[in-house]
Design a protein around this ligand. Sequence first.
Ligand code: ATP
Length: 356
Amino acid sequence: MKVYKIACIPGDGIGQEVVPAGEEVLRVLAEVQGSFKFDFETFMWGGDWYRKHGEMMPADGLSHLRDKDAILFGSAGDPHIPDHITLWGLRLKICQGFDQYANVRPTRILPGIDAPLKRCKVEDLDWVIVRENSEGEYAGVGGRVHQGHPIEIATDVSVLTRVGVERVIRYAFKLAQSRPKKHLTVVTKSNAQRHAMVMWDEIALQVSKEFPDVKWDKELVDAMTARMVNRPATLDTVVATNLHGDILTDLAAALAGSLGIAPTGNIDPERRYPSMFEPIHGSAFDIMGKGLANPIGTFWSCVMMLEHLGEAKAAAVLMKAIEKVTANKALHTGDLGGTAMTKDVTRAVCEMIKTK
Ligand code: ATP
């Protein structure tokens, strides 16, 4: 029987509630499917680890993850530790260390969810946004000079490399090709950023020639926000730089009804390293420890993980179970206007898997 080695990193805040819920659901799914098992190993890295050890994860942390088939991540963020430390010290260390250069975020309005776009039919919003995840505006290049003095200067330099752009745009074209609409929108800002973004556009045109069956268009990032709201059905697969993708995917999550639902995968398409799956929400300290967190974003991330592992049938079973549960308003958590607890939603998804 195939055994998948999964590293679980709950991290901070509600990550510590939703990741164990994800494990529970995956365990039940494996039992019901009968053809594979999971071997989970949990790493308690994050804010508490930082308070004890002065770092978000051990210096040799990646070596504990390297032999895993995938990573299930919760969230990193702590009200008492600066955000750039929690982000760079854990999540980005893993994303960059394992060159997970494609951040993939599917967005749909799940059954039963009251999404804010009242003119949008459920089937109008079915997107996958691919965010460049290894360079660009978040390359980490820059510095501060004359700190604290009136002449202080600070820079964050956006770095786009031909290899980095080409690989993520090719990944997005391939993904678009695999979807029924076969349509890709390349998000740009080459009107104002006349060097790197112009190269980005040139590479998109060049790579598009390898995919004659994929229709594609270009959209300026500012116009893109309006198009997502006003003409959602004109979009299918989208590719954007790190910063643009970061913002657009949060907008996408909000348009789909709640931050608590949206999943993401940090993918190494070449499979040299484990890929990492996580809900897009943060640590939500306002509700932590109360059992109120919506685990659906984590469950949907588990669906993405199963697809990545090649377990398409199990992924479909879990997605169906999730949709059955969201369709029942009595099982909505607070973020969706309901009163259900994390454990109620988890139990319901497990039951649904068992009665498939
Ligand atoms: P961080 O600083 O780690 O990014 P945050 O708490 O500032 O996290 P989010 O966690 O992304 O930001 O979400 C903002 C708010 O949305 C939370 O404070 C919480 O009230 C709500 N929220 C987010 N995720 C969930 C969830 N899974 N279930 C219920 N509510 C959620």
